[in-house]
Design a protein around this ligand. Structure first.
Ligand code: FES
Ligand code: FES
Length: 158
């Protein structure tokens, strides 16, 4: 089947998609967007998190057909004009990236938390990121990064 969707603001099309294929597979293997990672393919790790019509979802759990005609934003779509999004820059500056496998999903989850404005408490940050597993950092630098992003990203424009 053919899937058409708006991906990172651009109309995109994937052909010969089979019925059991996930949105994650389509993004990575058919549309050349390898930012979203495939770590578990079971909805457990959050490394594949993307926005689907403004809702953060695990792309490995979304059937490709469900994405038909919808708006998708991946980690690649957070940056604009060659500049990292403030949330992305904060992860770099706080040293919150080691192997980087969890990072794309954490960036979408952190963006989703912060785009509503305000300065979430550490407990709120931990709760918002609870579905995103990291095996490297011990999470402290990720918390630092989200605090830094909250402080810098004043206008919270998505
Ligand atoms: S790859 Fe989708 S949740 Fe782990
Ligand atoms: S940086 Fe390696 S899993 Fe998080």
């Amino acid at each position: 089947m053919r899937i058409t969707a708006t991906v990172n603001g651009e109309p995109r099309q994937a052909d010969d998609v089979w019925e059991g294929e996930s949105l994650l597979y389509v993004l990575r293997e058919r549309l050349g967007l390898p930012g979203s990672k495939n770590a578990c393919e079971q909805g457990e790790c959050g490394s594949c998190t993307v926005y689907l019509d403004d809702e953060a979802v695990c792309a490995c759990l979304v059937a490709a057909g469900q994405a038909q005609g919808r708006r998708i934003v991946t980690v690649e779509g957070l940056a604009s004009g060659g500049a990292l999004h403030p949330v992305q820059q904060a992860f770099v500056d706080a040293g919150a990236v080691q192997c980087g496998f969890c990072t794309p999903g954490l960036l979408i989850a952190a963006h989703d938390l912060l785009r509503g404005g305000g300065h979430p408490s550490d407990a709120e940050v931990r709760e918002a990121l609870a579905g995103n597993l990291c095996r490297c950092t011990g999470y402290e630098k990720i918390l630092d990064a989200v605090r830094l992003a909250a402080a810098r990203w004043q206008d919270r424009a998505p």
